[in-house]
Design a protein around this ligand. Sequence first.
Ligand code: NI
Length: 386
Amino acid sequence: MEKIIERAKSLEDYIVKMRRDFHMHPELKYEEVRTSRIVEEELKSLGYEVVRTAKTGVIGILKGKTPTVALRADMDALPVQEENDVSYKSKIPGKMHACGHDAHTAMLLGAARILAELKDELKGTVKLIFQPAEEGGLGSKLIVEEGHLDDVDAIFGIHVWAELPSGTIGIREGPLLASADAFRVVIKGRGGHGAVPQFANDPIPAAMDIAQAFYKILVREVDPLEPVALSVTSIQAGNTFNVIPEKAELLGTFRTFNEEVRGYLTKRMGEIVEGYAKAHNVEASFDLTIEPIPPTINDKSLAEFARETLQPLGEIVEPKPTMGAEDFSLYLKKAPGLFLLLGIRNEEKGIIYPHHHPKFNVDESVLWKGSAAYALLAYRYLEESE
Ligand code: NI
């Protein structure tokens, strides 16, 4: 254990150098060509068997016996214009690593070094998953579909976290991040003159009733102790004062930690749209418009294992769950796993901005802890499950 921690510390310069390099060259989802080329070169030079996956993803394998443990880092950046004034500022206009995936990639490369050096001592197989397209691209879905999780016994992922003080490790069993769904309601009536509504069939009252009724599900039909976020974020109909439009459209999203609640909401929203369509004598449809992301539910025994394993790295806290979503959850449908958080908020250094903000940054002085955590979790997991 100590050897791994010492080695991670000694790799600090390497990890920071790689992070800055990725930071200066951000690539959006499924465009991670440069990043994945560098990752592939690094892994090959360390003796990993390398497999390409999910268009621009890379998997490095240190082949041993069973069991198999997987570690995951995501690699994609965001369409955000960086506003940080740092020497390693993004060189690509309009693109930025504003979620810290540059740090994840660098931390997992640090762990790749440590694990390669310990190859002969590993009691199983290690798979390092460098995933593309976490930000709205469901890169994890392709990786699962390609069968790369079929032989995995446990998977760990780390996200740097702006809400936690630098260096603390956030471990929570059960729900950590929410599901994410998006919906569209299209209402078709019959247009006409605003002065003679009796000759038209106005879709707007139906749209208004449907939006209100969606919110009423939350306070009348869902357990008050069950967190749900539902937002109607767009209502579009008509464009002038004296014409009743043909059509109205609602868009929105809903988030929950509970698959049952998620299913219930989907069913009830559909029924409400159908019922109000009948009541208003219009036609209406309800559709989910994005591939749904399930909630991220951490395995209880892996959370316990991680709390014990990572103790030497510093303070371990139990973070609050958040309504954000992570496509790491799709791996958790295939294998038990744990998604943990590494605090990178440092007020003295001015690192205080939230994820996806143009001034988001990470406290680099704790990134070696991420590498140490990845390596410790893999090494000890294999040792304990042998
Ligand atoms: Ni992220």
